[in-house]
Design a protein around this ligand. Sequence first.
Ligand code: FMN
Length: 407
Amino acid sequence: MKTQEIVEAIAGKAILAPLTRGGTPAFRALCASYGAEITMGEMAFAKFLLKGDRKEAARLRRHESETVFGAQIATNTIDEGARACAVAAERGCDWVDLNCGCPIYEATRRGLGSALLRKPPKLARLVSGIVAESDLAVSVKIRLSPSGDDDVNFPEVLELLSELGDLAPAFVSVHGRTTTARYKTAANWTAVEAAARGPLPVVGNGDILTYYEAEARREAAPSTHAIMIGRGALTTPWLFDELRSRDVWLPRAAERVDVYWHLATLFKAHFGDDERGRSAAWYFFPWHFDFLTRWRPLPEDAFGDMAKRRPLVQSSREVDDVLIKLEGPLSSLDPLEQLLRCPIPEAHNLMAAALWDAGSSKDAVAALDRLATPDNLATWAAAKTAASGTADELEGHTPRRGKRKSQ
Ligand SMILES: Cc1cc2nc3c(=O)[nH]c(=O)nc-3n(C[C@H](O)[C@H](O)[C@H](O)COP(=O)(O)O)c2cc1C
């Protein structure tokens, strides 16, 4: 797509954010089945992509069900960026996003990701150089600053990018937090709105978990061109449907199992329904339960006011406190419901295995019912209590079992 086409395609939409480890074609297809029209791939290091690394190339692969698909690359040279855009075009991507927000050391030590925000003029030269060479539209994803509150420089970055004229990016996605904030603070949508008042189309990103929070952010930042959703989709893949219907779906445990079984079938279709496919999928599929088990019923009448004070994705403890009053303690819920809210990796692995082996959604419910024994639930509840002193709930994502951490 060309610049104008992608700008029109995303107008007013909710974009599925780039999600390392989470944004595989299988997961994106699940979101697409719930109405996600604009989706993005995992960040690919341009350097390794161009050396022919198969894992990096896989990050550019689109799923047949995706309507508009953007690849995300990390690079700090025009030549690499332009050549990576050519590869993305060959592979059928619709546009390419340049990652300028990744805070993880693996990227910043190479001068990539949010390290690019340290020198805005250099970043502007990089972007204009890639745009000039690329047949595809190019967007940019940033945070508010290259490090903390002391060097907030998104206005300068946006101004320099907007001065590039024909060589400006198609749009800029603004994740409303500084690099060092990671997920510890709520996203700053006042800053997002300030960014969006400039000439470039801005996509606002941060802390959208429910349709009513999406609407509140749109009201707080009316100049934004579109919104972007990361953890909200990982927790509630059907969120895109809720945004459209302006309603919260409160699926029963068996209905959620059906969604998760569907994800298993998508992974099988992608990696292969055999031992090799399973072993390739295992880096990704069990990992999803770290987010899927965070799903909670969040009807607006019970949580709308709380959401006005603080984003619900940042308030998991308070949410659970309210739910105890509404539903009773977790231990009083149906065993399957308890299992589906279990944060323990061992349980996630067993759940993923049961879903993978199930021949139907009904079989999957039966298999997970068998896992939700009083003994298992008690063991995992004890593990959760033991871990709760050390886990940083506000981190939003507990990095584990992986080389690349979340951004
Ligand atoms: C597991 C995980 C992986 C992520 N991977 C990427 C990535 O590859 N590229 C990127 O630009 N941002 C990445 N992010 C950041 C998200 O795209 C998004 O900007 C951030 O999570 C804020 O949005 P949210 O509050 O809706 O989650 C990742 C976030 C998470 C939780």
